[in-house]
Design a protein around this ligand. Structure first.
Ligand code: NAP
Ligand code: NAG
Length: 280
């Protein structure tokens, strides 16, 4: 085989040449959640067509400032555990952002937390993530399009078994999020997995964003939800850059990050970076 042919074959194997198109609206699940609403507003402000998958229209009215709050305004009522309720929102979609998540209910300290019945991490973070990915994959197939990307908000801390986050309400949230990551990565769909450190609600766009792998970066300073939303928004807007990435995301005081293409380059696993350099 001639070297050029070999290089092309390698590049194809690495998926470097296959185009990821975002043709159609970006579906956001968990859109009335704290990060989800920020992602919805970030993309909308950029003129991107967005669809919010919500389970509470009253909350959608408050948080997303819709008026009819129905499909005519891109608001879809659904439950991420039930595939049939996702079909309408996914129809003709260009990308999927999964921000729906289990939410622990605590009455006092960490040891008072529990999850509502049917809404444990196993139900929402794991099984419902697969449901969302399947519903999106089916919509892409039905529309006969090259599948658009799935951007998943997961969590840092997945290298530590039985961590305090896992112990919360005996839900094993981080363990199930890791399983969801693996399911998405083996789905055959283009993906980006964002694994934030502790979340805060300060202003976005003011910190230096840090990326890493396998919990090597510090968990000490939190990242604001608005910055997680910006990174997820950019991942849907720059799918070629963000495709195949799974990375930890945190922040620190410093020059505010503005170049997300560069951030995605830095977020590529060092092994994948080395391979890409061989073929380019
Ligand atoms: N807290 C941290 O420090 C931390 C650190 C790292 C990663 N994370 C992860 O980051 C992500 C975003 O966190 P967040 O605090 O911004 O999220 P959040 O406010 O807790 O939002 C969760 C969303 O999921 C929705 N949801 C739950 N069950 C659903 C169902 N069955 N059907 C449809 N929607 C459902 C909720 O709907 P409603 O709006 O109707 O309640 C809500 O919008 C989560 O995955 C979280 O685990 C958090
Ligand atoms: C729906 O959202 C409203 C407004 O946030 C809240 O008061 C209400 O309790 C929610 N309903 C359910 C069933 O969670």
């Amino acid at each position: 085989m001639a070297p050029v042919v070999l290089r092309v074959a390698l590049a194809l194997q690495l998926g470097l040449f296959s185009a990821v198109a975002v043709e159609g609206p970006v579906v956001i699940t968990g859109a009335t959640g704290r990060t989800g609403a920020l992602l919805y507003n970030t993309l909308k402000a950029k003129g991107v067509s967005v669809r919010a998958l919500v389970r509470n229209v009253t909350k959608a009215k408050e948080v997303l400032r819709c008026s009819a709050c129905d499909a005519s305004e891109g608001i879809f009522l659904g439950d991420v555990t039930k595939k049939e309720t996702l079909v309408q929102a996914m129809e003709g979609a260009g990308a999927l952002a999964i921000v729906a998540s289990s939410v622990p209910v605590c009455t006092g300290g960490m040891d008072t937390c529990s999850y509502p019945k049917g809404a444990f991490p196993v139900d929402i973070d794991w099984l419902a993530s697969k449901v969302q990915v399947e519903a999106f994959a089916e919509s892409q197939k039905k529309a006969g399009k090259v599948p658009g990307p799935v951007v998943l908000c997961s969590s840092m801390g997945t290298t530590e078994p039985d961590s305090f986050l896992d112990k919360l309400g005996n839900g094993f949230a981080v363990f199930y999020k890791l399983n969801a990551e693996a399911a998405l990565m083996s789905s055959g769909l283009p993906f980006t997995i964002v694994k934030p450190c502790g979340l805060s609600d300060t202003a976005a766009g003011e910190a230096q964003l840090l990326v890493g792998h396998d919990d090597s970066i510090s968990l000490k300073t939190p990242i604001t939800r608005g910055d997680v939303a910006r990174v997820m928004a950019e991942a849907t807007l720059q799918p070629e850059k963000a495709k195949g990435l799974r990375f930890d995301l945190c922040s620190q005081p410093g020059a505010a990050t503005a170049d997300f293409g560069k951030l995605f380059d830095e977020a590529r696993n060092p092994l994948a970076q080395a391979q890409a350099q061989v073929v380019v």
